[in-house]
Design a protein around this ligand. Structure first.
Ligand SMILES: Cc1cc2nc3c(=O)[nH]c(=O)nc-3n(C[C@H](O)[C@H](O)[C@H](O)COP(=O)(O)O)c2cc1C
Length: 150
């Protein structure tokens, strides 16, 4: 599956996660503001990596603008931040995102940092589950759920 990683990062964590994912998946990474529509059309799977700030997922505007080019693809969101996935803060910011996107995308919450705050929790191991999913783990193949990709 041809994968593109699109990131938006103000404080650096999302960019680092995008770089780690790009290496693990041997996939191209691109800053959201540099993405061309034609480029999006070439990929089957798009991983969006960006921070949430004050209850706003920073790639929501990008997703809304580019929805015509994103719909129908395998979409993964790595929502980087300090809030926990099951917190009401995350449920609220996720709930404000484009409904069509929420229906089809797989969302992961990944630890971010503010300067030194939470720095110890920002590491490459946080992308393992995302990378496995992107590689196809969890897909049903011949009636069996694939755990790993061979
Ligand atoms: C002003 C501000 C507001 C923030 N609000 C949230 C928030 O609502 N939810 C959350 O999970 N993290 C929040 N954070 C934490 C950021 O998401 C975290 O710093 C993350 O690393 C940002 O991504 P980046 O490093 O790629 O810029 C906030 C950080 C700042 C500076």
């Amino acid at each position: 599956m041809k994968t593109l990683i699109v990131y938006r990062s103000m404080l650096g964590s999302s960019k680092n996660y995008a770089i780690w994912m790009g290496k693990s998946l041997s996939a191209k990474i691109v800053k959201y503001s540099d993405v061309k529509n034609k480029e999006l059309a070439e990929y089957d799977q798009i991983i969006l990596v960006g921070g949430t700030y004050a209850g706003w997922m920073s790639l929501d505007g990008f997703i809304r603008r580019k929805w015509d080019y994103l719909k129908g693809k395998k979409l993964i969101l790595a929502d980087v931040g300090l809030a926990q996935k099951d917190s009401s803060d995350t449920q609220r910011s996720w709930g404000k995102m484009l409904p069509e996107f929420r229906k089809t995308a797989k969302m992961y919450k990944v630890p971010g940092k503010i300067g030194r705050l939470n720095e110890e929790n920002v590491s490459e191991k946080n992308i393992k589950e995302i990378v496995d999913f992107a590689r196809g783990a969890g897909k049903i193949v011949n009636g069996k759920r694939k755990k790993t990709v061979v």
